[in-house]
Design a protein around this ligand. Sequence first.
Ligand SMILES: [Zn+2]
Length: 388
Amino acid sequence: MSLKELTSRDAVLTAVQQCDVIDPGAAGAGFTRAFVLELDGKYYHAEKVASLAYKVQHPDRDKLPVSALTGEAAARRLSRLGFASSTTTRVWPPLLGAEYSNRTAIRNAFGGNGVAGITTFLGGGALNIFSDEEGPYADEPPDALNPFEYRGEGREGNQKLLRGNLALDTARRNLEAVRYWYRPAGGTFKFTTWVAILSRTQVWSPDNNKKLRLEYAFQVMAVPGPELATWPDRVRKLIDDGDIKDTPPPQPPAKNATSSQRKKTYQDYLRLIDKSSKAGRGGRKPSKGTRNLYPRSRAVRDAVLVRADGDCENDRCTGMPFDTAPGGKAILEVDHVDDLALSGLDHPSVMIALCPNCHAAKTRGANRAAIKRRFRDRAAELHRKADQ
Ligand SMILES: [Zn+2]
């Protein structure tokens, strides 16, 4: 008994008459991941059709047990007999805003890997990335208007540009939109938005064993849909679709590092920032002046955090938050003392790491003008001391 013995197109046509049409609106199991046969605008489960068609062609035999054939093999056989086949995911892809209780529910509907952070669904198509607020990765929450960060996959040791990370990087180069799924703490997984992959860089981050390792930080940005024509100019300009060479940033000093060790790392960062700003200015493609902006701004931010060493840099701070960020890092916001758009400078000497309270006072407080003046001097002073 083998699928190869299904060779009659007529037997398939007869079998289809006796099979249920897949109804994507049906409650329950009607709409599940499957390879499908398309006929006259209707869809049928490929294995069920193939299994029954086998009996129609060989009336002296039983149906092929569905358990003995994969949907993929059935679809391939039916294609060979001249039928159109596809997958439920391709025919009824997930709708923007769709919510599922967990990854298993998503896998039941669309197939693919039910655990990996980066995966395609059954039958290929668009890549999906999953971000779980309670997961082990230091992803940023989604942002509708600004670039945000998605961490690559690989739980232990340095992440490599393989599998999911490579697939995501390929989507960046090919300007392919990716489905972005997000689950807030205690919530459900939602297909939140399509995103474009702008760039990638390496960052130091603790792995599962709390050991520092290099992670890929992909910068992504929401786009209206997978069609390139719908992507705003602003997004297109931020996309670095060329080769990106991995340049690991300096390793941040350990929590109990001496001030001279911190100073050394701060200076390593300044050199890296200086180097990348020169590379930016002398770029080969002047039309893409924004290329590689992200790795640089990331290094600038990390430099300020090394300098701050886990504490608010406001010398009149009334206290850090009572909790830490996931992963144990201090909750600090790196701020351009003067709006980046106004000062035009993206450098640690004009930036300050603030706790959320001090940040709010600086942005919304009654004394914000005076606070800003003071922070300008404070940032310059901290920079001078750390760069000596
Ligand atoms: Zn503070």
